[in-house]
Design a protein around this ligand. Structure first.
Ligand code: F6R
Length: 366
């Protein structure tokens, strides 16, 4: 069942190149410059006339929503808000028939997300679902939707769900941007071509596994870890910290790198590993100066960098390379080493990787 892997989580991490391909197969045609998605085609006016898009989700799916916020605002120029379903449902949100709500859920059964959908529908919003499990409750309760086609995810820690959700949301954003005219023809084509290269690049990122395992051995006894990123990779920092917490039980926090100086920098000493996503296009110089601030306080730096990077390599205690891509697609690559790192730390600590304590795969109660 685990396809020769020791755990479902590891199997699912390694399935990502194929899972991402399955997500865009039949939808993306880079040669002809086409994206076909029935759920969007049939409702294109609703999206294009929306005053704003509200994304609702929980946990890892919420992190994918945050990445989508950057993508949508950048490419489609529609304001986006990303909400925890559990907060949205109880705070009397201002929602009208001019809003489009996108609900993201791997299982399609999350109680809070479902309740938030019902609330949004009762206020007249058009609700679009991004689910993995076919025929799930959320897939049925939404007006329209797009499946991620990631295949079954058994490990409680979400991995391929995250990357395939981002892939679907990117396809939607590109399609809307093209329809709206908010993206140039050449940029649109460039995005499609780069998206098609992602599975191969994920495969390459996965090859760092042995190197990552060694880093896991060094930091497995840490009591706290920080994860930092900016822009498109800020949500990846949150997701990296969540992965570590839930399967290794090590306390971890994700932060936008520039927020460090507003508090968390007080935590830095020689015992604090800091995982910093510092890819070339994403505010690189600013992240490098954040790294210098941490180094000056003796923090240990593990940099997630673009292949061939020099500046971070010169400062960091360790670096893990990922292939170069568009900044907006970089979360699909930078998240891979962080998944592997959490996995190896959890295994080294003898944790129950696929079924961490106190957690369930689908949270059907609030
Ligand atoms: C984290 C994790 C959870 C889920 C969350 C939402 O690894 O698995 O945080 O992401 O419970 O679940 P779905 O996406 O099924 O609604």
């Amino acid at each position: 069942v685990k396809g020769g892997y020791e755990h479902f989580m590891l199997k699912e991490i390694h399935e990502q190149p194929d899972a991402i391909k399955d997500t865009y197969r039949g939808r993306l045609n880079a040669k002809e410059g086409l994206i076909r998605m029935a759920g969007i085609d049939d409702n294109i006016e609703k999206f294009l006339n929306a005053n704003r898009i509200v994304i609702i989700a929980c946990g890892t799916s919420w992190h994918a929503g945050l990445v989508a916020e950057y993508i949508f605002e950048d490419l489609v120029r529609i304001p986006v808000e990303v909400e925890y379903a559990s907060e949205f449902r109880y705070r009397n949100p201002v929602i009208t028939e001019n809003d489009v709500v996108i609900a993201i859920s791997q299982s399609g059964e999350t109680a809070d997300t479902l309740a938030a959908i019902k609330l949004a529908k009762s206020k007249g919003a058009f609700v679009f679902g991004v689910c993995n499990v076919v025929g799930s409750t959320i897939a049925r309760e939404t007006h329209a939707g797009a499946y991620t086609h990631a295949g079954p995810e058994i490990g409680v820690a979400s991995t391929k769900a995250f990357t395939t959700q981002i892939t679907v949301l990117m396809l939607i954003a590109l399609k809307l941007a093209k329809e709206k005219g908010s993206i140039s023809k050449s940029s649109f084509h460039h995005h499609l071509q780069e998206l098609e290269l992602i599975p191969g690049k994920v495969k390459k990122a996965l090859k760092q596994d042995e190197h990552i395992k060694k880093i896991a051995e060094i930091y497995k006894d840490a009591k706290n870890c920080l994860y930092l990123g900016r822009g498109y990779n800020f949500p990846v920092a949150l997701e990296g910290a969540l992965k570590l917490k839930e399967i290794s039980y090590i306390h971890a926090e994700g932060y936008p790198a520039a927020e460090m100086k507003h508090g968390p920098i007080a935590l830095i000493d020689e015992h604090m590993p800091v995982f910093v996503i510092a890819t070339k296009k994403g505010h690189y110089e600013k992240v490098v100066s954040n790294i210098e601030e941490i180094k000056a306080r003796k923090g240990k730096i593990i940099g997630i960098v673009t292949e061939g990077d020099e500046a971070v390599k010169g400062l960091a205690d360790h670096v893990i390379e990922v292939p170069e891509t568009l900044e907006s697609l970089s979360p699909l690559l930078t998240t891979i080493p962080l998944q592997l790192l959490s996995y190896h730390i959890a295994v080294l600590l003898n944790r129950n990787v696929d079924q961490p304590r106190n957690l369930a795969k689908s949270v059907t109660v609030e």
